[in-house]
Design a protein around this ligand. Structure first.
Ligand code: NAI
Length: 304
């Protein structure tokens, strides 16, 4: 209950202080584009950083064409697309992101790459900046130890497609401070409108750890010729009420990502259920990466 004008002013200014007006997203792939779209559609300015300016512009073009598809499906208006695009700026230099209070890293699931990036971000950014990783399986504490601010490093595991999935797993690394956790939780809930599940660091957290064995088994069933890809997905959707079948889900995630996660989980947990199905390795070798390449277990004509 507010009792005086002064109290009201204090409350408003506290709320304003907590509002994060701008973030940076590093990596303009499937997840980076989705995170940028989600933040921007919630009124947050976004700096989208890629390896170079050209790739950053390509990422923005991909985002625009995926929003055009949403417009065709009547789930977005032209006006909404314009306003989302107007709040996203692209760059090839991480220094341009240095002043942002929150930086979300969504580059490839490769420990060496992420480690180097964390080191560079730590050098370039304001000491108060919180560095967030969208990793699905890598060790956050080790990434945090690449910086001089391990208390201000946290995991925020969004799921694909980010604008549509209401969940984010918030992962505390060993030294993540309560202050960082609270700040990012409030950002996720109040500004991005996501439901937060708190998770302690462990390979695969909850969502990746639980879904990957099912996807792997579906791939084994496919390669043993027990049913077609469509048959497997239809059986799982109708049989268990899943919105998307396991093979279409893997295609959406990106088969190269799925392979990396299985490798990581297999290596870190040592369980054979995470050993990648040979058909997955073969498809990745052949460049069949799922939706993003136009072909995976299914074909995606319009994505080519
Ligand atoms: P992706 O392969 O689609 O995109 C990665 C992007 O990062 C590429 O465009 C690449 O050029 C860029 N990149 C690499 N190094 C960079 C650097 N130093 N600076 C700027 N940009 C750089 O990968 P995706 O699928 O978007 O995954 C990104 C992260 O999100 C991974 O850690 C993955 O595990 C995680 N994730 C992915 C999900 C999915 O369904 N694909 C779901 C949840 C998390």
């Amino acid at each position: 209950m507010i009792h005086s004008l002064d109290e009201l002013k204090t409350k408003q200014s506290t709320q304003e202080n907590k509002f994060i007006p701008q973030i940076a997203v590093i990596g303009g792939g499937i997840m980076g584009q989705g995170i940028a779209q989600t933040a921007s559609s919630n009124g947050i300015e976004v700096i989208l950083v890629e390896k170079n300016e050209k790739l950053a512009e390509v990422a923005l073009k991909h985002l625009e064409s995926s929003m055009n598809q949403e417009i065709e499906r009547w789930s977005l208006t032209i006006g909404e697309k314009k306003s989302i695009m107007s709040r996203i700026k692209t760059t090839g230099k991480i220094e341009d992101a240095a002043h942002c209070p929150i930086i979300i890293e969504a580059i490839n699931e490769d420990f060496g790459l992420k480690k180097r990036l964390f080191h560079l971000l730590d050098q370039a950014c304001d000491p108060s900046t919180v560095i967030v990783s969208n990793t699905s399986t890598l060790n956050l504490t080790k990434l945090a130890d690449e910086t001089n601010r391990p208390d201000r490093v946290i995991g925020m595991h969004f799921l694909n497609p980010v604008p549509k999935i209401p969940l984010v797993e918030l992962i505390r690394a060993m030294k993540t401070s309560d202050e960082t956790f609270t700040m990012v939780k409030e950002f996720a809930e109040n500004q991005l409108g996501k439901k937060v599940v708190e998770v302690f660091e462990y390979p695969g957290f909850v969502t990746t750890r639980v879904i990957i064995p099912m996807i792997n088994e579906a791939m084994q069933v496919f390669s043993e010729g027990i049913a077609t890809a469509e048959g497997i997905d239809t059986a799982m959707k109708l049989g268990y009420g899943f919105q998307t079948g396991p093979l279409a889900l893997a295609d959406m995630m990106g088969l190269d990502d799925v392979l990396m996660w299985m490798e990581q989980l297999w290596q870190q947990l040592g369980e054979p259920k995470f050993r990648p199905a040979p058909v997955l390795r073969r498809m990745v070798r052949e460049g069949k990466l799922g939706k993003k390449s136009g072909e995976g277990f299914f074909k995606y004509e319009e994505e080519k």
